[in-house]
Ligand binder design. Structure first.
Ligand code: NAP
Length: 270
Protein backbone atom coordinates (compact mmCIF):
# COMPACT_ATOMS: atom_id res chain seq x y z
CA UNK A 1 0.00 0.00 0.00
CA UNK A 2 1.36 3.43 -0.89
CA UNK A 3 0.82 6.37 1.43
CA UNK A 4 0.54 9.92 0.15
CA UNK A 5 2.91 12.38 1.85
CA UNK A 6 1.11 15.00 3.92
CA UNK A 7 0.20 18.22 2.20
CA UNK A 8 1.39 21.63 3.33
CA UNK A 9 0.53 24.72 1.29
CA UNK A 10 2.56 27.91 1.59
CA UNK A 11 0.58 31.01 0.61
CA UNK A 12 2.62 34.18 0.10
CA UNK A 13 0.13 36.73 1.33
CA UNK A 14 -0.51 40.32 2.28
CA UNK A 15 -3.68 40.58 0.18
CA UNK A 16 -7.41 40.00 0.57
CA UNK A 17 -7.10 37.22 -2.04
CA UNK A 18 -4.52 35.39 0.09
CA UNK A 19 -6.79 35.59 3.13
CA UNK A 20 -9.73 34.27 1.18
CA UNK A 21 -7.64 31.41 -0.19
CA UNK A 22 -6.28 30.48 3.26
CA UNK A 23 -9.77 30.43 4.66
CA UNK A 24 -11.04 28.12 1.89
CA UNK A 25 -8.06 25.78 2.24
CA UNK A 26 -8.44 25.61 6.02
CA UNK A 27 -12.14 24.85 5.73
CA UNK A 28 -11.28 22.16 3.17
CA UNK A 29 -8.87 20.51 5.62
CA UNK A 30 -5.61 21.35 3.84
CA UNK A 31 -2.84 22.52 6.18
CA UNK A 32 -1.81 26.00 5.12
CA UNK A 33 0.76 28.50 6.29
CA UNK A 34 0.48 32.10 5.12
CA UNK A 35 3.56 34.27 4.97
CA UNK A 36 3.42 38.04 5.55
CA UNK A 37 6.25 40.48 4.93
CA UNK A 38 5.79 42.24 8.26
CA UNK A 39 5.48 45.74 6.81
CA UNK A 40 2.12 46.53 8.39
CA UNK A 41 1.92 47.03 12.15
CA UNK A 42 -1.60 45.59 12.55
CA UNK A 43 -2.01 43.14 9.67
CA UNK A 44 -5.34 41.46 8.95
CA UNK A 45 -4.54 37.86 9.79
CA UNK A 46 -5.65 34.94 7.61
CA UNK A 47 -7.05 31.63 8.84
CA UNK A 48 -4.53 28.89 9.56
CA UNK A 49 -0.89 29.21 10.47
CA UNK A 50 0.91 32.53 9.89
CA UNK A 51 4.61 33.37 9.72
CA UNK A 52 5.91 36.92 9.44
CA UNK A 53 9.06 38.40 7.90
CA UNK A 54 11.30 38.00 4.85
CA UNK A 55 12.82 34.61 4.04
CA UNK A 56 16.24 35.92 3.05
CA UNK A 57 16.01 35.87 -0.73
CA UNK A 58 15.57 32.89 -3.03
CA UNK A 59 17.97 30.81 -0.99
CA UNK A 60 16.10 31.50 2.25
CA UNK A 61 12.75 30.73 0.66
CA UNK A 62 14.06 27.49 -0.87
CA UNK A 63 15.39 26.48 2.54
CA UNK A 64 12.05 27.29 4.17
CA UNK A 65 10.20 25.18 1.58
CA UNK A 66 12.43 22.19 2.33
CA UNK A 67 12.60 22.57 6.12
CA UNK A 68 8.87 23.11 6.49
CA UNK A 69 8.04 20.25 4.08
CA UNK A 70 5.95 22.53 1.87
CA UNK A 71 4.30 20.61 -0.95
CA UNK A 72 2.50 23.44 -2.84
CA UNK A 73 3.37 27.11 -3.22
CA UNK A 74 0.82 29.82 -4.02
CA UNK A 75 2.12 33.32 -4.59
CA UNK A 76 -0.88 35.50 -3.76
CA UNK A 77 1.10 38.66 -3.05
CA UNK A 78 0.05 42.05 -4.42
CA UNK A 79 0.42 42.46 -8.21
CA UNK A 80 3.18 45.03 -7.57
CA UNK A 81 5.18 42.87 -5.13
CA UNK A 82 7.59 42.02 -7.94
CA UNK A 83 10.59 40.95 -5.89
CA UNK A 84 8.66 38.42 -3.82
CA UNK A 85 7.01 37.03 -6.94
CA UNK A 86 10.35 36.68 -8.74
CA UNK A 87 11.78 34.92 -5.68
CA UNK A 88 8.80 32.57 -5.55
CA UNK A 89 9.26 31.65 -9.22
CA UNK A 90 12.98 31.06 -8.74
CA UNK A 91 12.53 29.01 -5.56
CA UNK A 92 9.80 26.90 -7.18
CA UNK A 93 12.10 26.23 -10.15
CA UNK A 94 15.00 25.37 -7.84
CA UNK A 95 13.01 22.99 -5.66
CA UNK A 96 10.69 21.56 -8.33
CA UNK A 97 7.59 22.40 -6.27
CA UNK A 98 4.26 22.98 -7.99
CA UNK A 99 3.68 26.74 -7.83
CA UNK A 100 0.92 29.06 -8.94
CA UNK A 101 0.66 32.84 -9.09
CA UNK A 102 -2.74 34.10 -7.95
CA UNK A 103 -3.23 37.74 -8.93
CA UNK A 104 -6.54 39.56 -9.01
CA UNK A 105 -7.52 40.98 -12.40
CA UNK A 106 -6.41 44.54 -13.11
CA UNK A 107 -8.75 47.46 -13.74
CA UNK A 108 -8.08 47.52 -17.49
CA UNK A 109 -11.42 45.85 -18.20
CA UNK A 110 -13.44 48.74 -16.75
CA UNK A 111 -15.46 50.80 -19.20
CA UNK A 112 -13.59 53.99 -18.24
CA UNK A 113 -10.09 52.43 -18.54
CA UNK A 114 -9.74 53.67 -22.12
CA UNK A 115 -10.01 57.27 -20.86
CA UNK A 116 -7.08 56.90 -18.45
CA UNK A 117 -3.44 57.70 -19.14
CA UNK A 118 -1.52 54.43 -18.79
CA UNK A 119 2.17 54.66 -17.86
CA UNK A 120 4.96 52.12 -17.53
CA UNK A 121 7.20 53.63 -14.85
CA UNK A 122 7.17 56.00 -11.89
CA UNK A 123 9.19 58.53 -13.95
CA UNK A 124 6.62 58.46 -16.73
CA UNK A 125 3.87 58.69 -14.09
CA UNK A 126 5.47 61.86 -12.68
CA UNK A 127 5.82 63.45 -16.12
CA UNK A 128 2.31 62.65 -17.35
CA UNK A 129 0.62 63.53 -14.05
CA UNK A 130 2.46 66.87 -13.96
CA UNK A 131 0.96 67.72 -17.34
CA UNK A 132 -2.60 66.99 -16.18
CA UNK A 133 -2.99 68.85 -12.88
CA UNK A 134 -1.46 70.79 -10.00
CA UNK A 135 -3.22 69.05 -7.09
CA UNK A 136 -2.56 65.33 -7.49
CA UNK A 137 -3.89 62.52 -5.36
CA UNK A 138 -0.92 60.19 -5.12
CA UNK A 139 -2.12 56.70 -4.21
CA UNK A 140 0.75 54.58 -5.46
CA UNK A 141 1.98 53.62 -1.99
CA UNK A 142 4.58 54.66 0.55
CA UNK A 143 7.45 52.97 -1.28
CA UNK A 144 6.93 55.09 -4.42
CA UNK A 145 6.93 58.55 -2.81
CA UNK A 146 10.66 59.12 -3.48
CA UNK A 147 9.88 59.39 -7.21
CA UNK A 148 7.74 62.50 -6.63
CA UNK A 149 10.05 64.42 -4.29
CA UNK A 150 10.46 67.22 -6.87
CA UNK A 151 6.77 68.17 -6.40
CA UNK A 152 7.63 70.63 -3.63
CA UNK A 153 5.47 73.41 -5.09
CA UNK A 154 2.28 71.33 -5.36
CA UNK A 155 -0.54 70.54 -2.95
CA UNK A 156 -0.18 66.79 -3.11
CA UNK A 157 -2.59 64.47 -1.32
CA UNK A 158 -0.92 61.19 -0.35
CA UNK A 159 -2.67 58.17 1.11
CA UNK A 160 -0.67 55.45 2.85
CA UNK A 161 -1.42 52.49 5.11
CA UNK A 162 1.57 52.93 7.41
CA UNK A 163 3.16 56.19 8.61
CA UNK A 164 5.62 57.79 6.19
CA UNK A 165 9.14 57.99 7.58
CA UNK A 166 10.75 59.96 4.70
CA UNK A 167 10.86 63.74 4.70
CA UNK A 168 7.69 65.01 3.08
CA UNK A 169 7.49 68.38 1.27
CA UNK A 170 5.73 71.00 3.42
CA UNK A 171 2.75 71.39 1.09
CA UNK A 172 1.89 67.71 0.96
CA UNK A 173 -0.97 66.25 3.01
CA UNK A 174 -0.54 62.66 4.16
CA UNK A 175 -3.62 60.63 5.06
CA UNK A 176 -3.17 57.28 6.80
CA UNK A 177 -5.96 54.86 6.00
CA UNK A 178 -6.63 51.47 4.49
CA UNK A 179 -9.42 50.07 2.40
CA UNK A 180 -12.00 49.08 1.62
CA UNK A 181 -13.08 52.60 0.65
CA UNK A 182 -16.59 53.80 -0.24
CA UNK A 183 -17.63 55.96 -3.18
CA UNK A 184 -19.08 58.59 -0.83
CA UNK A 185 -15.85 58.72 1.18
CA UNK A 186 -13.65 58.96 -1.91
CA UNK A 187 -15.85 61.65 -3.46
CA UNK A 188 -15.60 63.67 -0.24
CA UNK A 189 -11.81 63.20 -0.07
CA UNK A 190 -11.26 64.33 -3.67
CA UNK A 191 -13.52 67.35 -3.16
CA UNK A 192 -12.07 68.34 0.23
CA UNK A 193 -8.55 68.47 -1.21
CA UNK A 194 -9.62 69.94 -4.58
CA UNK A 195 -7.81 67.08 -6.30
CA UNK A 196 -7.43 67.69 -10.04
CA UNK A 197 -5.60 64.50 -11.09
CA UNK A 198 -5.50 60.97 -9.63
CA UNK A 199 -2.43 58.76 -9.87
CA UNK A 200 -2.77 55.07 -8.99
CA UNK A 201 -1.25 51.67 -9.63
CA UNK A 202 -3.33 49.09 -11.50
CA UNK A 203 -3.90 47.22 -8.24
CA UNK A 204 -7.23 45.75 -9.33
CA UNK A 205 -9.89 44.42 -6.96
CA UNK A 206 -12.68 46.23 -5.18
CA UNK A 207 -10.99 47.41 -1.96
CA UNK A 208 -9.48 50.53 -3.53
CA UNK A 209 -11.48 50.99 -6.74
CA UNK A 210 -13.98 53.55 -5.39
CA UNK A 211 -11.49 56.36 -6.05
CA UNK A 212 -11.77 55.56 -9.77
CA UNK A 213 -15.57 55.82 -9.60
CA UNK A 214 -15.29 59.12 -7.73
CA UNK A 215 -12.76 60.48 -10.25
CA UNK A 216 -15.07 59.53 -13.14
CA UNK A 217 -18.01 61.26 -11.45
CA UNK A 218 -15.99 64.41 -10.78
CA UNK A 219 -14.35 64.30 -14.24
CA UNK A 220 -10.86 64.15 -12.75
CA UNK A 221 -8.21 62.72 -15.08
CA UNK A 222 -6.64 59.42 -14.00
CA UNK A 223 -3.08 58.20 -14.53
CA UNK A 224 -2.56 54.44 -14.04
CA UNK A 225 0.74 52.67 -13.53
CA UNK A 226 0.73 49.44 -15.55
CA UNK A 227 1.47 46.15 -13.82
CA UNK A 228 4.90 44.62 -14.06
CA UNK A 229 5.15 41.49 -16.21
CA UNK A 230 4.67 38.18 -14.43
CA UNK A 231 7.87 36.14 -14.20
CA UNK A 232 8.04 33.12 -16.50
CA UNK A 233 7.69 29.64 -15.09
CA UNK A 234 4.60 30.04 -12.91
CA UNK A 235 1.03 29.52 -14.02
CA UNK A 236 -0.89 32.71 -13.31
CA UNK A 237 -4.60 32.64 -12.49
CA UNK A 238 -6.92 35.44 -11.44
CA UNK A 239 -9.75 33.74 -9.56
CA UNK A 240 -10.01 31.77 -6.35
CA UNK A 241 -11.85 28.99 -8.18
CA UNK A 242 -8.96 28.62 -10.63
CA UNK A 243 -6.44 28.29 -7.78
CA UNK A 244 -8.63 25.73 -6.06
CA UNK A 245 -8.99 23.83 -9.33
CA UNK A 246 -5.19 23.70 -9.67
CA UNK A 247 -4.89 22.54 -6.06
CA UNK A 248 -7.98 20.37 -6.41
CA UNK A 249 -6.32 16.99 -6.01
CA UNK A 250 -4.60 17.87 -2.76
CA UNK A 251 -4.88 15.08 -0.26
CA UNK A 252 -5.66 16.28 3.25
CA UNK A 253 -3.31 15.72 6.13
CA UNK A 254 -4.49 12.11 6.61
CA UNK A 255 -3.82 11.30 2.97
CA UNK A 256 -7.39 11.32 1.66
CA UNK A 257 -10.26 13.63 0.84
CA UNK A 258 -8.76 16.69 -0.80
CA UNK A 259 -10.17 20.17 -1.27
CA UNK A 260 -13.37 19.01 -2.86
CA UNK A 261 -15.96 20.85 -4.93
CA UNK A 262 -18.28 20.71 -1.93
CA UNK A 263 -15.61 22.43 0.18
CA UNK A 264 -15.55 25.16 -2.40
CA UNK A 265 -19.26 25.74 -2.03
CA UNK A 266 -19.94 24.23 -5.46
CA UNK A 267 -22.53 21.61 -6.27
CA UNK A 268 -21.10 18.11 -5.88
CA UNK A 269 -19.91 16.56 -9.13
CA UNK A 270 -18.76 19.80 -10.79
P1 NAP B 1 8.48 43.09 -2.60
O1 NAP B 1 9.10 44.41 -2.84
O2 NAP B 1 8.10 42.25 -3.77
O3 NAP B 1 9.39 42.19 -1.66
C1 NAP B 1 10.55 42.67 -1.01
C2 NAP B 1 10.95 41.64 0.03
O4 NAP B 1 10.02 41.61 1.11
C3 NAP B 1 10.98 40.22 -0.49
O5 NAP B 1 12.20 39.96 -1.18
C4 NAP B 1 10.83 39.44 0.79
O6 NAP B 1 12.03 39.45 1.56
C5 NAP B 1 9.85 40.28 1.58
N1 NAP B 1 8.46 39.87 1.34
C6 NAP B 1 7.54 40.42 0.49
N2 NAP B 1 6.37 39.80 0.60
C7 NAP B 1 6.53 38.83 1.52
C8 NAP B 1 5.67 37.86 2.06
N3 NAP B 1 4.38 37.76 1.71
N4 NAP B 1 6.19 37.01 3.00
C9 NAP B 1 7.48 37.10 3.39
N5 NAP B 1 8.34 38.02 2.91
C10 NAP B 1 7.87 38.87 1.99
O7 NAP B 1 7.19 43.30 -1.68
P2 NAP B 1 6.36 44.64 -1.38
O8 NAP B 1 5.85 45.20 -2.65
O9 NAP B 1 7.12 45.48 -0.45
O10 NAP B 1 5.12 44.01 -0.59
C11 NAP B 1 5.29 43.53 0.72
C12 NAP B 1 4.00 42.85 1.15
O11 NAP B 1 2.94 43.80 1.11
C13 NAP B 1 3.59 41.69 0.25
O12 NAP B 1 3.19 40.65 1.09
C14 NAP B 1 2.44 42.23 -0.58
O13 NAP B 1 1.48 41.24 -0.88
C15 NAP B 1 1.87 43.31 0.33
N6 NAP B 1 1.32 44.45 -0.41
C16 NAP B 1 2.09 45.09 -1.34
C17 NAP B 1 1.56 46.16 -2.04
C18 NAP B 1 2.35 46.87 -3.10
O14 NAP B 1 1.81 47.81 -3.70
N7 NAP B 1 3.57 46.47 -3.40
C19 NAP B 1 0.24 46.57 -1.78
C20 NAP B 1 -0.51 45.89 -0.81
C21 NAP B 1 0.05 44.83 -0.14
P3 NAP B 1 13.11 38.27 1.47
O15 NAP B 1 13.85 38.49 0.18
O16 NAP B 1 13.94 38.47 2.69
O17 NAP B 1 12.36 36.98 1.48
Amino acid sequence: MTTTPPVRVLVLGGTAEARELASRLVSGGAPVVTSLAGRVSRPRLPAGEVRIGGFGGVEGLSRFLAEEAVTHLVDATHPFAVTMTAHAAAAAAATGLPAVRYARPGWGGRSDAADWTWVGSLEEARERTSGLGRRPFLSTGRQTLHAFGSWVDRDVLVRVVEPVTDDIPRRWTVVEDRGPYSLAGERELLRAHAVDVLLTKDSGGSYTSAKLDAARELEIPVVVLRRPDAPPGMTTVSTLEAVLDLLGDLPTVDGGGGVTGADRGQPPGR
